[in-house]
Design a protein around this ligand. Structure first.
Ligand code: SAM
Length: 304
């Protein structure tokens, strides 16, 4: 089983040392994107989370974080106007870029028509089966994510039949901090990611690096995906119990479990004690190994 090398309670979330990127952005970058969109007869579509990256330093940093070389197959979510795609194509053996917006797909296919290693797929990324696109080849997911699908997109790949070996994703700053939460202060999203991989912060990105400018700052995260999940109990049972625990985060754990898992009154505190967990604790204080112990205890009693 894997240990999860995250900071302990009270420690700084990973890498406060990592600098925010400001350099490398030509002053007219937003104008260049605006002009490109206009030439293509397109506008940024809010409903698709279209905030295009205009800072070349950041684009390079995302590609660097993926440690991509000619042996790599990269799956990009939401290539947009192809700015990140170009950096990926310059390094990878093959890039499959999945874009939902038909107008952008048409433009991207023209832009990359002379680049045989880039394939543009028109689809909702949440509807693709990674195996159908990548076959049995190892692959890396790299994306400036559309923020409205951050959690589902992460889960889609981390829970897939064949998971990527690595993910490098731009997410909203607050979401990044939730994902990077240390043991002792976990949440459902952090657990959903940390069971499958080790997240770490690559760079902070100010909102001015995008056009249109979003309301919030962002963070580039890298997730090194484990070969096997970090738990030795079935993941469906594990997440049923963890979700039950977090459904009432302000309640003591024995109350939340009794209500959500339909346990006879009085049984929950005993089960928690048998798992070595004080029943008055709250869900966010449990570590992943503690959740795992709880699931195993519930399993032994036929309660999950
Ligand atoms: N990669 C580009 C960049 O860095 O400038 C664009 C990033 S933009 C934040 C997100 C992109 O994801 C947009 O091009 C948007 O159309 C696309 N997108 C949104 N929802 C999607 C989905 N469900 N499946 C695939 N692409 C999606």
């Amino acid at each position: 089983m894997h240990s999860i090398p995250l900071p302990g309670p009270g420690e700084e979330p990973l890498d406060r040392r990592e600098p925010t990127i400001h350099r490398g952005e030509p002053p007219d970058a937003p104008l260049a994107i605006r002009t490109l969109l206009k030439d293509l007869g397109l506008r940024p579509r809010k409903a698709f989370g279209q905030n295009f990256l205009v800072n070349d330093d950041i684009l390079r940093k995302i590609a660097d974080a993926g440690e991509i070389d000619r042996n790599d197959l990269v799956l990009e979510i939401g290539p947009g106007l192809g700015h990140l795609t170009r950096h990926l194509a310059a390094r990878a053996g093959r890039v499959i870029a999945v874009e939902i917006d038909r107008g952008l797909v048409r433009a991207l296919r023209k832009m990359f028509q002379l680049v045989p290693t880039v394939e543009i797929v028109e689809q909702d990324v949440l509807e693709i089966d990674p195996v159908a696109l990548t076959g049995d080849r190892p692959y890396k997911v790299i994306a400036n994510l559309p923020y409205y699908i951050t959690s589902p997109a992460l889960r889609h790949f981390l829970e897939a039949r064949r998971r990527p070996v690595l993910m490098v994703v731009m997410v909203q700053r607050e979401v990044a901090y939730r994902i990077l939460a240390p043991p002792g202060n976990l949440n459902l999203l952090a657990i959903s990611v940390q069971v499958y991989g080790r997240p770490r912060l690559v760079a902070r990105v100010p909102s001015g690096a995008f056009y249109p400018r979003p309301k919030v700052d962002s963070i580039v995260l890298r997730i090194d995906v484990f070969d096997e999940p970090a738990i030795a109990v079935p993941t469906d049972k594990f997440f049923r119990v963890v979700s039950a625990g977090f459904a009432m985060p302000r309640k003591q754990l024995h109350n939340a479990l009794a209500q959500r898992l339909w346990m006879p009154p009085g049984q929950a505190p005993e089960i928690l004690r048998a798992a070595g967990i004080e029943p008055s604790r709250r869900a966010q204080t449990l570590s992943i190994p503690e959740w795992e112990r709880l699931v195993r205890t519930l399993e032994q009693r036929g309660l999950v």
